[in-house]
Design a binder for this molecule. Structure first.
Ligand code: NOJ
Ligand code: CA
Length: 703
């Protein structure tokens, strides 16, 4: 029996959570966490192991204990709310290892009302300078066989469908079948990714993740199925090590969110609070973006990224003008002008153009170093002329840098690429890392690549460029530190619905509890033409939602970067439904998570930045249901016009996905909306102060 010999206890500000820390009689550091009277994490061991040096796993004595209470607030550059409260109690324990000349490690705990964050710090000291982490042994000893929404542990991709099983039933190898992505590497049969959301038999929602991931590999979790202890697993580098560090240094935060209410997990700002403030001083140029682009047409297969149908093209050697165009290249000057006109007409900020630059002829699957140079357009894409055209119409072109996962090539060319963007007036870039990483042997989520993404965010900021990374490691709140880092992909986005088995109807109800815990996603909602047979009668693929749910996603998915992903033609065919996408805000003063259950449903209301306008989104899984939304957040006594974009009564994600109806009512702070959602459906509502005419003309909402 291990007895605690040096024990410490702290409570969160409102005393909801209690943290115990102890060095046990065998000199091991342990913590435990409880929510009110319920245990969340049983005593769990902390520490890391080093290569060629004694580990930081045992032999500890407590040298110093410090505790403090922090309660302050800050304003994000963009976000779900205008002001974020940062309120926690901190416990800082300095541990010494007497047998290692008092080598020191500090464990810092921050206990918020909605969860715990802790990290390892290695102060400057005589007996530790450079060191190599061979493993991290952080444990999360759960109290039982919780039900979890999980995807297989994989250090190359997060683009999986979610499984919902007890922890004892996790089978990561079988789970591999839930993605169609080529680059994947499931790491162990019992390994799952973070964030993972679990529900205990006694009704607690428990979410394990990390915050402020930099200069360290990403963390997966290994499940011990006999005692439900989860242990950290770090992405290795090309030679099997985990991280190269030099004291003074610190690891990312390990985080545990816990509540008996699912909505509390989604409302938490702990991830952001555990990240450092903005390193960018002048943030005036950073603006949320609503955009369209030459993109979906490639995914549905009616246009190509590549200009010619050939391969073995070489940067610097191939004469692109001599290649014969394949006749369906997407990124032409002409088509880009159609998008610029469309964006200008409907008030979009930007137009993304993919496939504008040379190299796409053999970009995929060759593990080739030099595929793109990021500065040479195809012969049919006139950069200067298009820039002029876009500028005249008040629209920005959005740059695309697919790196084909050759990060070394991108690093060599980044300055030239960003200078080129400055020269031609681009202020935002979407990057991508499809394929196996170069440097060869590195993984998307290892320390080297984690540092690469941060370098890209820092360097693009130097050029006043906003960045959106696809296939990069999932975000961990670093957008607070680098607010030009608007969004990431790092999950199975809407694109999978175009060319694979797709995202099942519950997918978008799970993502907020998993992937979105770390930051915004460029999910690319807004698909109106749901069935891909529209483009090709042989195609069976489809979006697994109703059209109305595609609208609701603009509210349920928080992102300062939102795409209207469908083709202009498809929007022009349904101008009434398109109006919601035109109206919806991308930056907010306030957000209310009204109801939520992972895997089942989600209802969110948000107040547009600096406006008395609210937008509401309600989504459901494969089951029809009624969403309830009290509008008690509206300004009292003010009449508003609510425009409800809902599923038609016979809508169904599979059988009748495009049936929607639009209704308008007068509402006030006393209104409680009951929104009928079809199977796989949703409802989107815009709420604006009523005009005099509307007050006369419209009926009041009645349940
Ligand atoms: C994968 C990205 O997620 C997608 O948006 C992009 O179109 C392709 N890569 C090509 O870069
Ligand atoms: Ca992707």
């Amino acid at each position: 029996m291990v007895v605690a010999i040096t024990a410490q206890t702290i409570q969160s500000p409102s005393k909801k959570l209690t943290l115990n820390f102890a060095v046990t009689s065998d000199s091991v550091a342990q913590y435990r966490l409880s929510f009110e009277k319920k245990s969340v994490i049983n005593p769990s061991t902390l520490g890391i192991t080093l290569k060629d040096q004694p580990s930081f796993l045992n032999g500890f004595t407590v040298a110093l204990v410090e505790s403090s209470l922090v309660d302050d607030s800050w304003n994000p550059v963009w976000g779900e709310v205008k002001t974020i409260r940062n309120n926690y109690r901190e416990l800082k324990v300095t541990l010494h290892q007497p047998a290692q000349n008092n080598r020191a490690m500090v464990i810092v705990f921050r206990l918020f009302d909605e969860g715990l964050g802790f990290r390892y710090e290695f102060p400057k000291q005589d007996n530790l300078n450079y060191f190599t982490v061979s493993d991290e042994r952080t444990e999360f000893a759960l109290t039982g066989d919780h039900k979890a929404f999980w995807i297989p542990g994989d250090f190359d991709t997060n683009e999986y469908r979610y499984f919902h099983t007890a922890l004892s039933e996790v089978n990561a190898l079988q789970g591999m079948s839930s993605t169609d992505i080529a680059t994947r590497s499931v790491i162990a049969p019992n390994a799952i990714q973070t964030p993972v959301i679990m529900k205990s038999a006694d009704g607690l929602y428990i979410d394990i993740f990390e915050a402020a991931l930099s200069n360290y590999p990403a963390m997966c979790l290994d499940i011990n199925k006999s005692n439900f202890v989860l242990t950290s697993m770090l992405a290795p580098d090309a030679v099997g090590n985990k991280a190269y560090l030099q004291a003074p240094t610190k690891t990312p935060w390990r985080t545990i969110f816990v509540s008996d209410k699912a909505v509390d997990i989604l409302a938490s700002k702990m991830t952001l609070n555990l990240n450092e403030p903005s390193k960018i001083e002048d943030v005036g140029w950073i603006k949320p973006v609503k955009y369209v682009g030459i993109w979906w047409e490639m995914h549905v297969g009616i246009a190509s990224w590549n200009y010619a149908d050939t391969n073995n093209v070489k940067i610097g050697e191939t004469n692109w003008n001599a290649l014969r165009p394949n006749g369906h290249h997407g990124a032409t000057t002409e088509r880009t002008k159609v998008y610029i006109d469309f964006a200008a007409k409907h008030g979009f900020d930007g137009v993304l153009v993919e496939g504008w630059n040379v190299g796409w002829e053999d970009w995929f699957g060759n593990w080739k170093e030099n595929v793109f140079d990021f500065v040479t357009p195809y012969p049919d894409f006139e950069v200067a002329a298009l820039q002029k055209y876009a500028a005249e119409k008040g629209v920005k072109l959005i740059m695309h840098h697919e790196t084909s996962a050759s990060a070394t090539n991108y690093e060599r060319r980044m300055d030239d690429a960003y200078r080129f963007m400055n020269q031609f007036g681009y202020d935002a870039v979407k990057t991508g890392y499809v394929g196996k990483i170069i440097p060869r042997g590195e993984l998307h989520d290892g320390q080297w690549m984690v540092n690469h993404y941060v370098r890209a965010a820092e360097k693009s900021a130097k050029y006043k460029i906003m960045i959106n990374m696809h296939e990069a490691v999932r975000p961990t709140g670093l957008q607070r530190t680098y607010p030009n880092w608007l969004a990431n992909e790092a999950a199975r986005g809407n694109e999978f619905n175009a060319w694979s088995s797709g995202n099942p109807p519950d997918h978008e109800t799970i993502l907020p509890f998993t992937r979105f815990m770390g930051g915004p996603m460029d999910y690319t909602p807004g698909i109106f033409q749901i069935k891909m047979s529209f483009y090709n009668p042989n195609k069976k693929e489809q979006v697994h939602t109703t059209l109305a749910k595609q609208l609701a996603l603009y509210v349920t998915i928080y992102s300062p970067l939102q795409m209207a992903a469908d083709l202009p033609e498809n929007y022009e065919a349904k101008p009434d439904a398109f109006q919601f996408i035109k109206d919806v805000a991308v930056d907010w003063d306030d957000s209310k998570i009204l109801e939520a259950e992972p895997g089942d449903y989600l209802t969110v209301a948000r107040k547009a930045k600096n406006m008395d306008e609210w937008y509401l989104g309600a989504i459901t899984d494969e089951n029809p249901r009624t969403a309830t939304a009290s509008l008690n957040f509206l300004t009292p006594k003010q009449k508003y016009t609510a425009t409800i974009y809902g599923d038609a009564s016979d809508a169904h994600w599979e059988k009748n996905p495009m049936a929607y109806k639009i209704e308008q009512f007068l509402v006030s702070e006393k209104t409680v909306l009951k929104l009928k959602l079809a199977a796989g459906g949703g409802s989107a509502v815009s709420i604006k102060p009523a005009t005099v005419e509307e007050t006369k003309k419209l009926k009041s909402y009645k349940q």
